[in-house]
Every structure is written in C-alpha cells, then in structure tokens.
Design a protein around this ligand. Structure first.
Ligand SMILES: [Ca+2]
Ligand SMILES: [Ca+2]
Ligand SMILES: [Ca+2]
Length: 164
C-alpha cells in the first residue's frame, strides 16, 4: 500500500493569504474619491458642493468651478458648432442626472429635473436666440459662483453656509 500524498499545509495557507491580499486590494477605493458626488447638482450649498467639488476636499475653488463648467459646455456641444442648442444642453444634463440616479428607476423628481433643465436653458440663453454661447454661459457661471460664495473669499466651502 502506498502512502497518501498529503499536500503541505504551508502552501495552502500562503495561497489563502495571497487571495486575501488580492481581495483587499480590489475593494480599496482606489480613485473612488474623484469626481463630483452629485453631478446633477440642485439648489443650495450642499448641491453646489456635490456638483462642483471634483477632488472632494470640501472646497470649490474658482479654478475648479470654471474647469467643470468649461468641460460640461464642451461635452454638451456634440455637433461642435461652438454653441449649445436646448437639446444639447438638456441631453448633457440628463447624462449627469442618470449618473446621479446610478441605476435607480427614474421617478417623478427625475422628470421634474428634466423640465427644470429646459427652463434653465431659457434663462441661460440671455438674448433668447435659442443658442447658448460660451459668453452667455460664462456670464451666468460667474453670477452663480458669486451667489454661492457668500463670504466673498473667492472659494465656496462650508463657511459660505454659516449664518452671519
Ligand atoms: Ca452645438
Ligand atoms: Ca443666446
Ligand atoms: Ca467662500
């Protein structure tokens, strides 16, 4: 009778540890802290922060804000003619809204948000020619930033939510 071939225990333990290390590495939030938490934004300071604080450090600098606005404008201009139609504007917004819903079923609020986007386009299109130009977007962006920067220190953070 031959002896049973017994696998060395040591090997099995090492393998299990290696699997654990791989699993831990895979679940680490590598790069997960990038990007806005609430891309579609909304009203108020929390929504502003959620939409524009790309590096999630609790501060929206003017550079960060301008960069995000510019990126969104460029991304929205799908036919690359330099201005946004209402359809382009709303489509870009809907893309962010979908991201924010992250697989959840669109509800009544979703429909309301799309409706709001149409309303917003008409406000952004200051001269009402149906074309949202870079100049129009920059003018509104400047106003929006200054409205949220309540203490006027050139950046938006929690200090702008505090009551004076
Ligand atoms: Ca366009
Ligand atoms: Ca216009
Ligand atoms: Ca501020």
């Amino acid at each position: 009778m031959k002896k049973q071939n017994i696998q060395p225990v040591q090997h099995g333990v090492r393998l299990a540890m290696a699997v654990m290390v791989v699993a831990m590495t895979a679940s680490a939030p590598a790069g997960a802290a990038d990007g806005p938490t609430a891309p579609a934004g909304g009203h108020g300071l929390a929504a502003f922060m959620g939409s524009y604080d790309v590096n999630r450090d609790g501060v929206v600098s003017r550079d960060e804000y301008d960069t995000v606005r510019k990126q969104r404008f460029v991304a929205a201009d799908t036919n690359r003619d330099g201005w946004l139609s209402e359809e382009e504007y709303v489509a870009e917004y809907e893309g962010r809204l979908k991201q924010q819903y992250a697989g959840r079923e669109p509800d009544g609020r979703y429909a309301g948000s799309i409706k709001q986007a149409h309303v917003r386009f008409k406000i952004l299109d200051t001269d009402k020619d149906g074309q949202l130009t870079v100049e129009e977007d920059i003018a509104i962006a400047d106003k929006t930033f200054k409205q949220n920067d309540k203490n006027g220190d050139g950046k938006v953070d929690q200090a702008d939510g505090a009551k004076p």
